[in-house]
Design a protein around this ligand. Structure first.
Ligand code: ADP
Length: 481
């Protein structure tokens, strides 16, 4: 809209000045040398209106004065010896028309300049701003847009924004247009292609302009280049992923002995049951019922070993983040398969209070399991420093509510270890904070970034000397909320 409709075009061509000069000369000649008894000089208003499109205030005043001079000159030449009153009136009418038109043109000229100054302000910003009409044709393109995309205003204006910038939207354009129609605004991240073919990621804010009747006429788009920021975020995510992977391996390393046992035990049972089955078969009268149950035990033990290995392989594999529908209780079952043996070997009683309703969340299974394993291993390690009471790990799941009254799935992991000093409870989630001689201090920091990247929250509470509770709150999956 701006420059195109509000401001007169600032043509550099000599066409309009030449036309104005030709017009003024023609009017003067007709007024002076033809015997027409009409107010020809009134036509000078056309010259003034034409001049207003390319002249400044001073120039316009000069043209107006020239038109007045020419009108009086014609009158003087033609009616020098015969001052008839009708000619005098025609002359006065023409002069009044010239003056009124000049006044109006000056007023219009000022408004135009004010608008041009305001529009020029948009060129001061570093943001790329463009306006597109309802047919997606660009009608305004500021200096920021020229710098970001590489096309000059004259090249961009008049072209379809979709063709020019090959915009890729985060969701179907129909949905975006519906949001824009509802709220008159939209904002989001989009990818566009510059003149040199490279892609930019921009934070885009759209505002819809409507006419008096409320019909949309144009959309102003303000874009900020966030390509570098996006790249840095991607690199950071990658680095976090690598770190999470290393920490996962470290935590699993702490469980190696118990996991090895967890796999060995069913394998030993497979062998024992296999031998038993053979013995039942080698009898004079083979006892097929016993053979059958030995084989069943072999199968179930074999399955258990393969389950543990499968969970372990999933956790040690380096995969990209995959968000999938999960159930918190099922996640815990998988985790317990890997930590149960550790609990037994460290004499920790397990108390489970799992909600008997679905606990739907959306998340990366491996990362979630990593977070819970880490909390459980920390609890076991903390309790190992307490010798005056039996150790118990209490895991509870339930549906709760966050401070915005949104439904959450909550997983609480409590121990009856030494608890946490209130003075340091705020530092627990800081990277490299550890009180263990062999500790890395990364576990809880990674837990927090995992949970927060899933839109959740992790909170530590403690009754010093009595134990600690880590509560993980995750948003209930949208399709199930
Ligand atoms: P690390 O286990 O390598 O020390 P973490 O980030 O997992 O790193 O834990 C940081 C610190 O938080 C631990 O060193 C410990 O002091 C404290 N902590 C974690 N869990 C508990 C718990 N259940 N009870 C008491 N202290 C805990």
């Amino acid at each position: 809209m701006l420059k195109q409709t509000l401001l007169p075009s600032q043509s550099n061509s000599h066409f309009y000045p030449a036309l104005a000069l030709l017009g003024a000369t023609t009017i003067f000649l007709i007024d002076t040398f033809t015997p027409l008894d009409i107010a020809i000089a009134v036509l000078y208003v056309a010259v003034i209106m034409l001049s207003a499109t390319f002249l400044s205030r001073e120039g316009l005043l000069a043209i107006s004065a020239t038109c007045i001079f020419l009108t009086i000159a014609s009158f003087a030449i033609v009616h020098w010896d015969d001052l008839e009153s009708s000619a005098m009136i025609r002359c006065l009418v023409s002069l009044s028309a010239i003056m009124v038109t000049t006044l109006l043109a000056l007023k219009n000229n000022k408004a135009t300049h004010d608008l041009r100054d305001q529009a020029a302000l948009l060129d001061l910003t570093h943001d790329a701003i463009y306006v597109r009409n309802i047919d997606d044709v660009i009608v305004y393109w500021n200096v920021g847009a020229e710098e970001l995309y590489g096309w000059k205003s004259e090249e961009a204006v008049g072209r379809s924004v979709l063709d020019l910038l090959k915009t890729k939207f985060p969701k179907p354009i129909k949905e975006i247009m519906a949001d824009l129609a509802d709220a008159n605004r939209w904002q989001g991240e989009i990818r566009q292609t510059k003149r040199d073919g490279t892609e930019v990621v921009v934070a885009s804010r759209w505002s819809q302009q409507r006419d008096d009747k409320g019909r949309p006429i144009a959309t102003m788009v303000t874009n900020n280049d966030i390509t570098d920021q996006q790249r840095a975020e991607d690199d950071l995510h990658k680095a976090q992923g690598e770190l999470a992977h290393v920490t996962r391996l470290t935590t699993l390393g702490e469980l190696t002995a118990s996991i090895a046992h967890e796999v060995n035990q069913p394998l030993a049972a497979v062998v024992t049951n296999g031998e038993a089955a053979l013995r039942w078969m080698q009898r004079d009268v083979p006892d097929l019922k016993e053979v059958h149950s030995s084989l069943e035990r072999m199968i179930s033990n074999g399955r258990r070993a393969s389950d543990v290995i499968a969970r372990l392989r999933a956790l040690t594999r380096k995969t990209d983040l995959i968000r999938a529908p999960l159930d918190a209780n099922e996640l815990l079952e998988d985790v317990l398969l890997l930590v149960e043996r550790e609990l037994i070997s460290k004499n920790v009683a397990l108390k489970l209070n799992l909600a008997n309703v679905p606990l739907p969340v959306l998340g990366d299974r491996v990362q979630m399991q990593q977070a819970i394993i880490n909390l459980a291993v920390n609890a076991v390690q903390a309790m190992s420093t307490v010798a005056d009471r039996p150790h118990a790990l209490h895991i509870r799941t339930h549906i709760g509510q966050d401070e915005n009254a949104q439904k959450t799935v909550t997983i609480e992991i409590s121990d009856n270890g030494p608890g946490i000093d209130p003075a340091v409870i705020g530092n627990l989630f800081t990277a490299f904070y550890t009180t263990k001689s062999e500790g890395m201090g990364m576990g809880l920091s990674i837990c927090r970034s995992i949970i927060e990247s899933h839109g959740g929250k992790i909170v530590a509470t403690s009754e010093p000397g009595q134990g600690a509770t880590f509560s993980v709150h995750l948003p209930v999956r949208e399709d199930a909320a």
